[in-house]
Design a protein around this ligand. Structure first.
Ligand code: NAD
Length: 509
């Protein structure tokens, strides 16, 4: 086995303190509890983030509650203008946001810019909020009676987010929540919290009133305080499956609306008639991009029939070209893993797979860059079978498994038997088979010759099975529904006293 270097983590003199953001300003935590934040490319601690107490979460919620009446009363045209200002500011600052992501998450700068761009699309969608909130109207439902529907905000809503998209996933939540007239409390990942504080600063600069958007940092204590808080109406969660299940069960028990998106194991099926070069390019970018730390990463290729040898060879040929290193360097394509512990856990699957009978065609420990960063190169495992841990678990790192099957039916069966159902893809030139696949497959997001089918902002994002708890996907039309509740008004007005009042024009009634 190849050993990875595990030097002691060096703590810088100038480790910055990362505090909560409540009521339009930074608020230092009083709990005495905090967590380290690293620059994973340097393997060095760069920050110390405060962990909130129950009282600090309550302060954020009460602040958001106070800000709610004025925020929800702001006219749609004013809120729209504000959203255009937010869009402009975030667009202008996109590189600064991206640099926070590279510094604390480790993803390469181009990928970080891509994350911001996808988040911006959701903000742009929210600029159309007057159209999205339009209700329906039925005149003369009964004699003299009109019926109409309106959608109103819920109040204070909360978001709990994962480490792997520290800017975009919060945008999936706060943008539609605020656009609908709610106020917001964000509990970001404690591993890379700075982008959330920067988001708060930008929203203030754009003109969002104090108290409308708040950030509390922390761990389980903060999450439980959110889930149990009586003044929070709804919780959006994105993270791993066990925590998603816990958040859904705990939040709904206290009467909240909850959408909880969980983990994934995304399969990409490659049929014998596929364009093998296209499929190999797609597998490589979807498996190793962002070091495999994407919930829509392809972690398992299912090669059908004689596609297998050609595909594996084409993937292998591409691996030496992937440059691993510090994401701030221009030609680097893959950065480090988020923490040393996570890197070591991911690496343990390589030996595990070998011991369980897989062929290790590339071992990421043999191509890591020098230095103390949490690096792991790309790994490729062939002849992976469903009993192996590398198949069953969400590895969440740059490890791609290949499973060989004989037929399309066997391939679809594998995907459908998997407990996760986030994304999946098929590579083929046969339109009929592709259409059958979209009919057969049990997953929330399907790609046809597209490896990472993240929906555009005017559709909604979400998986099936253990990848989603609740019945609502995030952003897009389902996001607007999630953050509002419907009201139907039935109205009758007294007959106008036309005989007494001169309306100044002829009456036709
Ligand atoms: P995680 O579940 O460890 O953490 C997510 C959030 O939950 C964080 O804010 C964290 O502080 C909090 N948390 C962690 N442990 C907790 C506990 N015991 N009790 C209460 N709260 C707790 O996830 P992560 O490691 O930050 O992110 C990676 C995971 O997120 C992967 O499984 C990935 O597939 C998933 N993910 C899913 C999607 C999706 O859309 N389905 C998107 C991105 C990430």
């Amino acid at each position: 086995m190849t050993e990875l270097a595990t030097p002691p983590v060096e703590r810088d003199q100038d480790v910055k303190r990362i505090s909560h953001w409540i009521g339009g300003r930074a608020v230092e935590g009083q709990s005495g509890r905090s967590g380290p934040v690293y620059n994973p490319a340097l393997g060095r601690q760069t920050g110390e983030v405060d962990f909130a107490t129950r009282e600090e979460v309550d302060l954020a919620v009460q602040t958001a509650r106070k800000a709610f009446p004025a925020w929800r009363a702001m006219s749609l045209s004013k809120r729209t203008a504000l959203f255009f200002a937010i869009r402009e500011l975030f667009d202008h600052q996109r590189e600064d946001i991206a640099r926070f992501l590279t510094a604390e998450h480790g993803k390469v700068l181009s990928d970080a810019l891509g994350e911001v761009a996808r988040g911006l699309e959701v903000i742009e969608y929210c600029c159309g909020i007057p159209e999205l909130l339009k209700g329906e109207f039925s005149e003369q439902a009964s004699t003299g009676i009109d019926v109409y529907s309106i959608r109103q905000p819920l109040g204070v809503v909360a978001g709990i987010t994962p480490f792997n998209f520290p800017a975009m996933v919060p945008m999936w939540m706060w943008a539609p929540a605020l656009a609908c007239g709610n106020t917001f409390v964000l509990k970001p990942s404690e591993k890379d919290p700075s982008a959330s504080v920067y988001t708060a600063e930008l929203l203030k600069e754009a003109g969002v009133p104090d108290g409308v958007f708040n950030v509390v940092h922390g761990d389980k204590v903060a999450v439980d305080s959110v889930l149990e808080h009586p003044d929070i109406a709804a919780v959006s969660f994105v993270g791993s499956t066990p925590i998603a299940r816990y958040v859904y069960e705990t939040g709904t028990k206290t009467g909240k609306r909850v959408q909880a998106l969980g983990g994934a194991k995304n399969h990409m099926i490659v049929l014998p008639d596929a364009d093998i070069d296209m499929a190999a390019d797609a597998a490589v970018s979807a498996a190793y991009g962002s070091a495999g730390e994407r919930c829509m990463a392809i972690s398992q290729v299912v090669a059908v029939g004689d596609a297998a040898d050609r595909l594996v060879k084409a993937i292998e040929e591409r691996l030496p070209k992937i440059k691993v290193g510090n994401g701030l360097e221009a030609d680097v394509e893959m950065g480090p893993l988020v923490t040393r512990e996570h890197r070591d856990r991911v690496a343990s699957y390589i030996d595990g797979a070998r011991e369980q009978g897989a062929d290790v065609l590339a071992d990421g420990r043999e191509n890591t860059p020098e230095g103390e960063g949490f690096f792991l190169g790309v790994s490729l495992l062939d002849n992976v079978t469903p009993e192996m841990d590398a198949y069953k678990d969400e590895i969440f790192g740059p490890v791609l498994g290949v499973t060989r099957v004989g037929t399309y039916d066997e391939a679809v069966q594998l995907v459908n038997d998997n407990p996760y159902g986030n994304g999946t893809a098929i590579f083929t030139r046969d339109g009929g088979v592709a259409r059958q696949f979209q009919f057969d497959v049990q997953a929330g997001m399907v790609g046809i010759n597209v490896p990472i089918p993240v929906p555009v902002a005017y559709y909604s994002f979400g998986g099936w099975k253990n990848s989603l708890f609740g019945d609502s996907h995030v952003y897009g039309p389902e996001g607007i529904n999630f953050y509002t509740r419907g009201k139907v008004v039935t109205s009758r007005w007294p007959e106008p006293a036309t005989s007494k009042v001169d309306l100044g024009f002829p009456q036709t009634r």
